[in-house]
Design a protein around this ligand. Structure first.
Ligand SMILES: NC(=O)c1ccc[n+]([C@@H]2O[C@H](COP(=O)([O-])OP(=O)(O)OC[C@H]3O[C@@H](n4cnc5c(N)ncnc54)[C@H](O)[C@@H]3O)[C@@H](O)[C@H]2O)c1
Length: 425
């Protein structure tokens, strides 16, 4: 099968046009491929068509071009999957409130891929998931339909490494890891990806590729947790953890800096390691280091609340009735993404304790309050008269000068200049 195979009207169908799928579709379109983007949400397609999707400026430019290009189409009609030479699955893989993987969306998306699969197609999973997903959700159901990988069609896994909100690396400059169900599947998938990535690293199996993503994000989770622990240790010893980490970072080998903070948010770090832990539980295999790190991350937002309580108490305030403003609620700078943001848990806990809570975030006009309601970003935080400001996420260009006049500031970014009214987490 060539990517320019004339038997298929589309070169590539991207299933799931979110933070990962949309930039992937745009990169493939920029590389001259005929792309159809598929999503179950008509609302999401409208956001994309009206150019309101949360994208890097470079991807916004690509989108403006793609919307004028007859070789870029979008649809909610998943039967279109049958008309693409290659299918790339980019749907969410969240965890539920009990931190158990919620595979419902991935299962449903893969069931659609299986339903509409036709011989000759290349089917590639990119959603982060447990080891064995590509086999369980694509290869085995297709084999049951008489379609064998490597013979009738091609099946592979390639983890996505996109970093929303950060434009340090272009889509094309981030190497891709890929593993096929058979060597031929791996080769087909590598050929597809080479259109939008300069470097492809092919591994021996889809399972190795699945585990690669879990290692990458578990590595980050463990190290963020370690950085948080060092922050607490430094706090007790009266040291600035940032001074310490910056100094350690001068070592040219054997050290990689991670920054402490209010917890870990987004769709990756707080979720992905739980896919690994979940499957290890079934195998009765322990992973105490990872479990500890994940528990540390999950407990971090309540540490912020505890610290806020102490700062208010030092000012002779109880939490109940105090006015607390959270500055920046997105899970990281320069994105609109609120998924798993520690800020949500912090605000919810403070509200439960009777505080009057507001927030300011130009990227997030509304945010759930954790009690069934919605909060709206206040436009002039400096005029809100907070007893305590919690700096949670510092977007580029965010004004923090006014914090010099706030009665008390809790800096969970560890980066604010030292001042008498500033406490570090
Ligand atoms: N967001 C990141 O920074 C990032 C980075 C690397 C990898 N990943 C992984 O990529 C995957 C996708 O994450 P995301 O952040 O792009 O998710 P997202 O929530 O931004 O987007 C997913 C899209 O899929 C659509 N969708 C849901 N169910 C569908 C279905 N059955 N069929 C078709 N479309 C469906 C949704 O409407 C949504 O538009 C996840 O596995 C995630 O772990 C995410």
């Amino acid at each position: 099968m060539e990517l320019t195979d004339t038997t298929f009207p589309f070169d590539i169908a991207i299933l799931g046009l979110g933070y990962v799928g949309l930039p992937t579709a745009l990169a493939m379109n920029s590389a001259g491929r005929k792309v159809i983007g598929l999503d179950v949400s008509a609302e999401r397609l409208e956001v994309i068509r009206s150019q309101h999707a949360d994208l890097l400026p470079s991807d916004n430019m690509r989108l403006a071009k793609a919307l004028q290009d007859p070789d870029f189409t979008m649809s909610t009609d998943l039967s279109q999957l049958a008309h693409a030479a290659a299918v790339i699955v980019c749907v969410p893989t969240p965890v539920d409130p009990y931190l158990v993987p919620d595979l419902g969306i991935l299962r449903s998306a893969c069931a659609s891929v299986v339903e509409f699969a036709v011989p000759g197609q290349l089917l590639m999973l990119t959603s982060t998931t447990y080891v064995g997903s590509t086999r369980d959700l694509l290869a085995l159901p297709l084999e049951a339909k008489g379609l064998l990988p490597g013979r009738d069609l091609f099946i592979a896994f390639s983890p996505e490494r996109i970093n929303p909100g950060v434009d340090a690396y272009s889509h094309e400059d981030v190497p891709r890891v890929v593993g096929g169900m058979t060597p031929a599947c791996g080769e087909k998938a590598a050929a597809l990806l080479s259109a939008s990535a300069h470097l492809i690293h092919t591994v021996p199996s889809a399972e190795v590729a699945e585990m690669t993503k879990l290692v990458e994000n578990t590595f980050r989770a463990v190290n963020i947790s370690l950085a948080n622990e060092f922050a607490d240790i430094c706090h007790e010893l009266g040291l600035s953890v940032i001074d310490v980490i910056d100094a350690a970072s001068t070592k040219p080998y054997g050290f990689m800096p991670f920054t402490p903070g209010p917890g870990a948010g987004g769709h990756c770090i707080p979720c992905d390691p739980h896919y690994l832990l979940w499957q290890l539980r079934k195998a009765r295999v322990g992973a105490p280091l990872i479990e500890h790190a994940m528990a540390g991350l999950a407990g971090r937002p309540l540490k912020v609340v505890e610290r806020a309580r102490r700062i208010l108490s030092d000012q002779n305030h109880g939490v109940a009735g105090s006015r607390v403003l959270v500055l920046g609620v997105a899970y990281k700078p320069n994105v609109e993404d609120l998924r798993e943001s520690p800020a949500l848990e912090i605000m919810s806990a403070l509200i439960a304790d009777g505080a009057e809570v507001a927030y300011h975030d130009p990227w997030c006009p509304t945010a759930p309050d954790g009690h069934g309601g919605q909060l709206k970003s206040v436009s002039t935080p400096e005029a809100w008269n907070a007893d305590l400001v919690i700096l949670h996420t510092r977007h580029s260009g965010m004004d923090v000068d006014w914090l010099a006049d706030a009665p008390a500031v809790l800096d969970t970014t560890y980066r604010l200049a030292e001042r008498s009214n500033v406490s570090r987490l």
